[in-house]
Design a protein around this ligand. Structure first.
Ligand SMILES: [Zn+2]
Length: 149
């Protein structure tokens, strides 16, 4: 026999600090730029940026603007959460970055806007399209989508 319980819980409002790495990332988004963290000890760039290196745990002291973005993986959604066909498919991609030709560890998952599906080749260069400056809030949704270069 299935029993159902319904109750209400009051959840206190809380503030989640995004940390120094997240702050640098958020500031960049507001300016229409993407920053990667750089660990001088590991000689390694990381995205999304953090305040400490996940490899050697040392403090990150340098954040660099990414110079190149590439499509590494993608998936196409044809249906919504209820299984209904979408009017237009939604494409999500895993975006990999470089700083001056140096690879960045990690990446971002974000929407892609593709006019010509034949251009969707793994490894193709992509560019972020940011919202107008006055609408940016320092969140990942400041990027509307990525487009194929
Ligand atoms: Zn390190």
């Amino acid at each position: 026999m299935k029993k159902e319980f319904r109750f209400k819980i009051d959840v206190p409002k809380y503030i989640y600090p995004i940390g120094r790495g997240g702050e640098k990332f958020a500031e960049g988004l507001k300016k229409g730029e993407l920053y990667a963290a750089y660990c001088e000890i590991c000689d390694n760039y990381m995205m999304p940026p953090s305040a400490y290196c996940p490899r050697c745990f040392s403090e990150i002291k340098k954040y660099e603007k990414v110079t190149n973005a590439y499509l590494d993986l993608y998936t196409i959604l044809w249906k919504d959460f209820e299984g209904k066909d979408l009017e237009e498919p939604i494409i999500y991609g895993f975006i990999r970055f470089e700083v001056d030709e140096e690879p960045v560890e990690g990446g971002l998952i974000h929407r892609l806007k593709v006019d010509d599906p034949s251009k969707m080749v793994l490894g193709v260069r992509v560019n972020p399209i940011f919202k107008p400056e006055e609408e940016r809030r320092g969140t990942i949704t400041d990027i509307e989508y990525f487009v194929i270069e």
